[in-house]
Each structure stands twice: as C-alpha cells, then as structure tokens.
Design a protein around this ligand. Structure first.
Ligand SMILES: [Zn+2]
Length: 110
C-alpha cells in the first residue's frame, strides 16, 4: 500500500512527496488520514513549514530508509494533525452561555 512514487501529494497545492495510496490517489503522510475539509489548512501549514518539508522530501528522495523518513515526516504529521482535529468536535457538546462563562482573570479579587 505504501510506496514512494516521487510524485507530489494529490491534495491540491501540497508540497510533500506522495507516499500512501488511497482509492487510486497518492497522498503524503500528513494528508492521507485527515478529512478533506481540512486539506487546505494542512497544505497552508506545510507551506509555512517549508524548511521541514524540504528536509523530509530530501530524505525520502535519498532513500535514507524507513526510520529516517518516519522521523522527518512525523514532525510534520504532529504539526498538521492538530488542524484536522478541530473538525472532530462533537456537535452535542453543550456550550456555556456568557452568564456562566467567566474569564479567570476577572475572578481575581482585588
Ligand atoms: Zn499532502
């Protein structure tokens, strides 16, 4: 299922080398398990982290081996995974109204 193709990830604009095939498309390690709704945010963050992306792509192209590739890409997965998590909030979570929500700074007695 996993193979380095040398092609870029199928997520629009993604600078990462594709590594994982899903349903006929090849995605990078950062996009392949994330919801499509978060793809653009992940891509934008990868562009902000271009130095790390260049390093990870360089390691993958050099065929440095699984451990080196994993270590380089895990850093980017950690950074971008949080972007996908924001879509995982449950819709049934109760949100406190303003009367019940007080900022800790305003609870300090002077
Ligand atoms: Zn990607």
């Amino acid at each position: 299922m996993s193979a380095a193709t040398g092609e870029l990830c199928a997520a629009f604009g993604c600078p990462m080398i594709a590594a994982i095939g899903v349903a006929g498309h090849w995605y990078c390690a950062c996009h392949w398990r994330e919801p499509v709704a978060s793809f653009d945010a992940i891509t934008a963050e990868l562009h902000r982290q271009h130095a790390l992306v260049d390093a990870a792509n360089g390691i993958r192209r050099s065929r440095a081996g699984y451990v080196a590739i994993r270590d380089a890409e895990n850093v980017l997965i950690e950074i971008t995974h949080a972007l996908g998590q924001q879509y995982s909030l449950r819709p049934d979570i109760e949100v406190a109204d303003d009367a019940d929500h007080a900022c800790p700074e305003h609870e300090v007695e002077l």
